[in-house]
Design a protein around this ligand. Sequence first.
Ligand SMILES: Nc1ncnc2c1ncn2[C@@H]1O[C@H](COP(=O)(O)OP(=O)(O)OP(=O)(O)O)[C@@H](O)[C@H]1O
Length: 438
Amino acid sequence: MANMNLSIIQSMIDALDKPAIFIRPDYSIQAVNQAYLDTYQQPVKLGLSRCHEISHHATEPCDRHGEQCPLLYCQQHGRSSSVVHVHHTQAGLQHCDILMRPVRDDDGITLGYLEILNKVEFAAAGAGVNKMVGVSAPFNRMLNLLNRAASADISVLLQGETGTGKELAARAVHDASQRHDKPFVIIECTGLSEALFESELFGHEKGAFTGASHAKKGLVELANGGTLFFDEIGDVPLNMQVKLLRLLETRSFRSVGGLQPKRSDFRLVCASHKNLLSMVDAGEFRQDLYYRIAGFPVQLPALRERQRDIPLLVEQFLLGAAEHKQFSDAAMQQLCLYDYPGNIRELKSIVEQASLIANDNLIQVEDLPQMLQPRGSEQAEPGNSICSLEELEKYYLAQQCEVFSGTFEQLASALGVSDRTLYRKLHKFGLRYRSQPQ
Ligand SMILES: Nc1ncnc2c1ncn2[C@@H]1O[C@H](COP(=O)(O)OP(=O)(O)OP(=O)(O)O)[C@@H](O)[C@H]1O
């Protein structure tokens, strides 16, 4: 590449305050800025060092290790790519949101790729800190979406089964947004009566109703400048949905007993474990409200879709429950095989229970709750955990859904089954492959 072009690119990345490099299609780093050099441990030799050697300490590109390679995506699709990877940095393992763009000359010839890195501060690849913990591909894909949503002021809808971390994700969006130093206000929608709904949300004036001895600000007003989080929005009854819609459309409201309209400037985040679109179809949720709240929908993966994160989460929860204890290999295997209908919350409670039950520092299979005991364990040797072939099949499928990088059809073919059979098996085990047809 002409030196002229390279010096322009160098000046361009020098102007960025985020770590950035310019790489060639063979992954070699041609230009690097100071922020990048400060972030990573390995020294960069221009023209020789390859990006994956610096960020992953790996001799091969990321896609050989089951991660989506942003450079490959740019090459295949001719457009920018964005993905979250876990990198080796001076500060240890860290989630980085990578934005990669092809750089072309005046004739449209691709000169190379610009890679800009953005640390995902609200996630952790190791236990010990109060952050969203995980390293699996479905978890990293979710981080990528949360990070993107956080930087805009768009309304975010978090959908996922109970206990998948929706409230934690809502806080992460707030903490990573420009509103992070303003209030984060939670509205728990389950079980709110109409009267409570209005006075909780909009506040009331003195004497507005019996017992209103003083005026009280509502949650909407308290959230001014910050984020308003509606947890379990699917539980808001239809007659209250109209009032909610009006608030969201105008950002203005009237307190109970008040005459003057008030305004509040808030960022909206909603969560639901129910499928809101099905509720719209069933006439249980207003369609106009759905489109108002679902500016940026994010699906949180179930724990059974991110089995790789279980040992890390277990370590995290042991730190809070019994720091000196650990699970035996057989017990950890059982933990990884279980379904977790209650997701991360259930895992946390299982870890807390088992660590209390274990008499010594090594938590054994026998210390786990009944539903995690291997089938037929009455006949099995103590500590010898045999799992059924069906469990093994589910475990293997869940792993492949996480690491396989091809299409749904390619996954079926790699597993030696038809598309229909794969679809049926995934459905049976409550699993989903990311590019699975609906
Ligand atoms: N990635 C994670 N790392 C560590 N802890 C997590 C993670 N995700 C969730 N948790 C923990 O799991 C528990 C459940 O999380 P949370 O309350 O955010 O789930 P939820 O989806 O909002 O649940 P619900 O649908 O029941 O309201 C909490 O104790 C939370 O701290």
